[in-house]
Ligand binder design. Structure first.
Ligand code: AFP
Length: 336
């Protein structure tokens, strides 16, 4: 007997049926994003076999050396999504300015920001990387969006998602109605619903932070991590485990699966930039997903999704994951 499985296309169309007045435009946009992620997954998967590992001479707007896969993934994402008439403009981690829809293609009603290959320093060593995206509405009456139209707080997102290129390729999505995860079945080229209604456990014994930055931290983070390290004998009264993959997509996916807290806080090293991770295409989409899965996300001082963006490539401190732990860390910020 055939075992019926829900494909991502079926899932999206069924979701669309619950939205009064939906035209299918948004569903089509998501389908194009899904296609882009499948193409990127294929490049990442074939790696050295097709000569896509390693770096280029170029640097991106952040002054980071670009990997070949960064440039390929950016190109795939732009050209999978610029032609269909769903988007009014895009913005990418890899590009200084916003990307206008080329003349000759219709402009749509959505804006998209994305990080085409997050954690790409991991690609050469065959560790998980991912794509992150966030969708906003283009402000009404705006035909040709400018940078200013993108500067909306995370609370305005209508969809966020990521694709994780790991042992399996997984796609996780929210449209503000919970979080669902899909696994790519390579044999049929379709994402299948495998992780319906993902929920982050409220408590956890696992934290993730780059410990090499310890000497730069603020007192609240030092206190929290020291208490975790003290384990059973300390004030927390239980042992904690630690992970650091240096690939935010993989860290968030672990947290969605089994709980935990992820921190890239403000420290004296990244103070001048306002943090390490990017608000518009890393922190905001991940915060939307985490909150929708019952977790919390904060800079330590403010809910991330309420930060008013001032620049496309703005950075923010990020503390996200299991609610109890994030709230504990926030309380240490308030106390210091
Ligand atoms: P790359 O995309 O440049 O590899 O950066 C990845 C990232 O933005 C995020 O995914 C990681 O959590 C974080 O940076 C790792 O930063 P450190 O190398 O400072 O630990």
């Amino acid at each position: 007997m055939h075992n019926h499985r829900t494909t991502i296309t079926q899932f999206l169309i069924e979701e669309q049926r619950h939205v009064t007045g939906a035209t299918g435009d948004f569903t089509s946009l998501l389908n194009d994003i899904v296609t882009a992620c499948k193409v990127i997954s294929n490049y990442v998967n074939h790696g050295a076999l097709i000569g896509v590992l390693g770096s280029l001479e170029s640097e991106n707007v952040q002054g980071e050396t670009q990997k070949k896969l960064d440039v390929i993934s950016n190109d795939v994402f732009l050209h999978s999504n610029d032609w269909a008439g769903h988007l009014a403009a895009m913005a990418s981690e890899e590009m200084d300015d916003i990307y206008e829809i080329p003349a000759g293609y219709p402009r749509g009603k959505y804006l998209m920001t994305f990080d085409p290959l997050d954690g790409s320093s991991n690609s050469d060593v065959n560790v998980s990387v991912g794509t992150i995206f966030s969708i906003l509405r283009c402000p009404p009456g705006v035909d040709k969006p400018t940078l200013q139209d993108f500067l909306q707080p995370g609370t305005q997102q209508i969809c966020a998602g990521y694709a994780l290129y790991g042992p399996s390729t997984v796609m996780v999505l929210t449209t503000g109605n919970g979080v669902n995860g899909f696994t790519l079945d390579q044999n049929i080229g379709e994402f299948i619903l495998t992780h319906p209604k993902m929920r982050i456990p409220e408590t956890t014994n696992e934290f993730a932070i780059n410990m090499s930055n310890m000497r730069f931290w603020e007192p609240a983070i030092t206190r929290y991590v020291e208490e975790c390290l003290a384990g059973k004998t300390g004030t927390r009264g239980r042992d904690f485990n630690m992970r650091w993959i240096a690939s935010m997509v993989a860290e968030v996916h672990r947290i969605l699966t089994r709980g935990g807290v992820f921190m890239y806080p403000l420290d004296s090293k990244n103070l001048a930039q306002g943090g390490r991770l990017r608000l518009m295409y890393e922190a905001n989409p991940m915060s939307f997903i985490v909150e929708q899965a019952g977790g919390a996300s904060s800079t330590g001082r403010q809910r991330i999704m309420e930060v008013q963006p001032t620049g496309l490539h703005q950075r923010v401190p990020v503390i996200l994951g299991s609610k109890d732990e994030v709230e504990q860390i926030i309380s240490y910020y308030s106390a210091s």
